[in-house]
Ligand binder design. Structure first.
Ligand SMILES: Cc1cc2nc3c(=O)[nH]c(=O)nc-3n(C[C@H](O)[C@H](O)[C@H](O)COP(=O)(O)O)c2cc1C
Length: 323
């Protein structure tokens, strides 16, 4: 039997403060939160779904899944176990997740470490140092994805990395040629760090170059320093799920966030490349290239990062719906 515990308003706000640190496409923050009937509800904010880049709501569900993981870790860190239900109410399509605190809980060391990484994690788009990612971190990444019901495939060897790189480049070229896509991207690019949403140019890394192994998004980054490849040897990881249902996309969001927090906790850095997921043809190509069951949900580059900074989020008042 489980007993619902009531969350104080302060505790609820603390949970939401952690949840909003989740990543989202172009930092669109497509979520809302409600403290209702003894549970925390994670809702989609349809007004913040990106109509061109995200016509199906895939990216919105990844972001809200990631926010759900942060919320679960925040509850654990404050001494509460929670039952997490994805898509709990077919009559309420914006309700993506419900977290019901059930019992008192002593956070495990792993939960404490992951929760501590929530504030420190950010997308690091700068070139990584040419230091290989230790093999035990490969294992941690794979285990983190499995722990949340997803899979992570490490792309080993230059030939396989080149195959994935070709797919990312083809997807990026298709999106770059799409003027509506580019116009939408520009509306989420911010010149400095003061705005509460969108990608600030100082977080954009260096501007993409034609010979990049993995083309980054053009978020208004600085010119690259002369000489030197951009990551000649990054660790490339593909995260995926067994199927591509809305519930599995939410699950992928939880897994993505657990992988990113695991990487942060290991002192490593990561950034995301979702071009091949947004482009249907290239996503199929990536699935076939991996030669495994399931559907890719995200491509990550992982390495030893330079210093960076967590990007801003909107005020909590803008994302909280009263009970
Ligand atoms: C579904 C999804 C797709 C993303 N795709 C990309 C991408 O292709 N390139 C990139 O640089 N960042 C990508 N990101 C990262 C977001 O831009 C980033 O999370 C957001 O700007 C907030 O910044 P932060 O991760 O530093 O907190 C993606 C994030 C999500 C959730």
């Amino acid at each position: 039997m489980t007993i619902a515990l009531t969350l104080t308003d302060t505790a609820f706000r603390d949970v939401v403060a952690a949840a909003v640190r989740a990543p989202s496409l172009h930092n669109s923050q497509p979520w809302r939160f409600r403290n209702h009937d003894g549970a925390i509800e994670v809702h989609a904010d349809p007004a913040r779904r990106l109509p061109v880049a995200d016509p199906t709501g895939w990216a919105l569900r990844i972001a809200c899944g990631a926010a759900t993981l942060n919320a679960r870790l925040a509850l654990a860190a404050m001494g509460l176990a929670a039952r997490v239900q994805l898509l709990p109410d077919p009559d309420d399509p914006t309700l993506l997740a419900r977290l019901t605190p059930t019992t008192a809980w002593q956070a495990t060391p792993a939960e404490e470490a992951l929760f501590a990484a929530v504030e420190r994690r950010f997308s690091n788009r700068e070139p990584f140092y040419p230091a290989p990612v230790p093999v035990h971190a490969h294992v941690q990444i794979i285990d983190a994805a499995h722990a949340e019901g997803a899979w992570a495939e490490i792309i080993h060897g230059p030939a396989s990395v080149e195959v994935v790189s070709e797919i990312v480049r083809a997807a990026d070229a298709a999106l770059t040629a799409d003027s509506a896509y580019q116009t939408e991207l520009r509306t989420w690019t911010r010149p400095d760090r003061d705005d509460r949403d969108g990608v600030p140019a100082p977080a954009a890394g260096s501007a993409p170059q034609p010979d990049d192994l993995l083309p980054r998004r053009a978020y208004g980054g600085h010119e690259p320093s002369p000489g030197g490849d951009f990551d000649p040897d990054p660790l490339v990881v593909v995260l995926g799920t067994a199927a591509d249902t809305p519930a599995q996309q939410l699950q992928a969001g939880l897994a993505l966030q657990r992988v990113l927090l695991t990487i942060t906790d290991a002192g490593l850095a990561a950034s995301m490349l979702s071009q091949p997921i947004e482009n249907r043809t290239e996503r199929d190509g990536l699935r076939l290239a991996l030669g495994r069951a399931g559907v890719p949900q995200m491509v990550l580059r992982v390495g030893t990062g330079r210093a960076g900074f967590p990007t801003p989020r909107r005020d909590l008042a803008e994302v909280i719906d009263e009970g």
